[in-house]
Design a protein around this ligand. Structure first.
Ligand code: PLP
Length: 374
């Protein structure tokens, strides 16, 4: 039986063209990029070409793009560097960040470094007035780490407004852009941000590939020590085929961005309509019809004995969706994001997240199955 994959915020299918771009670097072009002979020069060139492609697409300098093993490593590196190298003594974040940020903030925000969370508005958006109040109270340098789009509820942050506030208070700004790199045009030259994180597998690129953008004006020490790869910033032989795949996936995502984003948004809007028509008790978490990621729809249903097993039952029916990132084995264990925005124990949340490969027909099939399962 055909499966329906509605969990594209967790990961996406690798595009065929991306795989084709990667294959030569898994086979014939296997040289170590640090080797000086032709095999090495070939793979070195592939890495530097990928870096230039990515930099151009994000309107950054190639020297500002560092390859990592994914969003988690990029987030860890930025937060650790802000504390260790940039003199940040306080970290402001939000309670709805991904664990790759939250746990890192908790880890580094101890001893003589402290942390606090911004208040959230009732629709889950960051309260920018509270952010400004907190920034204005800081006597020493501060790191602000706030995600561009929330992976569970889809809320989008006004990254320019936050950048401007950080500039006003001389704070370092890091944004986890894992759900938006490859999904939105990002213009780093005109966004005063110090660090952003991106991850290849969220836009049809390979898993375990990421970038950390580090603004030219920021000088930090490496998180991973060893060889001199990535201009001494990240030791270890490069993931050449992953890097090539990341660049190819980003290139494809940005060249088709208008068409794909319009299409995916139409799927999300259609699902909202169909759910409202078919399941009267449905509600949506966050700002689903406002400033929201077009790929993510977080739906809430009244908790019943039946609906509590919803993810498990969807899985039995070959429908892949999730309860958010804290969900295990088909049972909703409770998500810190849903808990922070809407602590209603009588609701069950299902996150549906779409890609260019989904269809309205699939939405019809999922909606009609949900009618039985709720
Ligand atoms: N940040 C966000 C918002 C995410 O959605 C994810 C992945 O789920 C990550 C960070 C972690 O990225 P990666 O899987 O590349 O380590």
């Amino acid at each position: 039986m055909e499966r329906i994959y509605f969990d594209n915020a967790a990961t996406t299918a690798l595009d065929k063209e991306v795989l084709e771009a990667m294959l030569p670097y898994m086979t014939t072009h296997f040289g170590n990029p640090s080797s000086i002979y032709s095999y090495g020069r070939e793979t070195r060139l592939a890495i530097e070409t990928a870096r230039k492609t990515i930099a151009k697409l994000l309107n950054a300098h190639p020297g500002e793009i560092f390859f990592t093993s994914g969003g988690t490593e990029s987030n860890n590196t930025a937060i650790a560097a802000a504390v260790h190298d940039l003199g940040c003594k306080h970290i402001i974040s939000s309670p709805i960040e991904h664990h790759a940020v939250l746990h890192t903030v908790e880890y580094y925000g101890c001893g003589d470094v402290s942390y606090s969370y911004v208040k959230l508005l009732s629709n889950g958006h960051v309260d920018l007035e509270d952010l400004e109040d907190q920034l204005s109270l800081q006597k020493e340098r501060c790191l602000v780490t706030l995600m561009h789009a929330n992976n569970e509820i889809g809320n989008l942050l006004d990254i320019t407004a936050v950048s401007n506030l950080c500039r006003k208070y001389n704070a370092i700004f890091h944004s986890d852009c894992v759900q938006t790199v490859g999904h939105y045009p990002i213009d780093l030259r005109n966004t005063p941000v110090h660090f952003i994180s991106g991850s290849g597998h969220k836009f049809h690129g390979p898993k375990a590939t990421g970038i950390l953008y580090i603004n030219d004006n920021v000088k930090i020490h490496p998180l991973i020590l060893g060889g001199s790869q990535e201009r001494n910033m990240r030791a270890g032989t490069e993931n050449v085929y992953g890097i090539v795949g990341f660049a190819k996936a980003l290139e494809m995502a940005m060249s088709d961005h208008e068409k794909d984003s319009t299409y995916i948004q139409s799927l999300k809007t259609y699902m909202i309509e169909q759910l409202r028509k078919n399941i009267k008790s449905v509600s949506f978490n966050g700002d689903a019809e406002g400033k929201s990621l077009y790929t993510v729809l977080s739906a809430a249903f009244p908790k019943t004995e039946k609906s509590e097993m919803i993810l498990f039952n969807l899985d039995i029916n070959h429908i892949c969706a999730s309860g958010g990132s804290a969900c295990t084995s088909g049972a909703d264990q409770g998500s810190h994001v849903i808990h922070a925005i809407n602590n209603n124990p009588n609701l069950v949340t299902v996150r549906f997240s779409f890609s260019k490969y989904n269809t309205k027909k699939e939405i019809d099939a999922v909606t009609s199955k949900l009618r039985e399962l709720i």
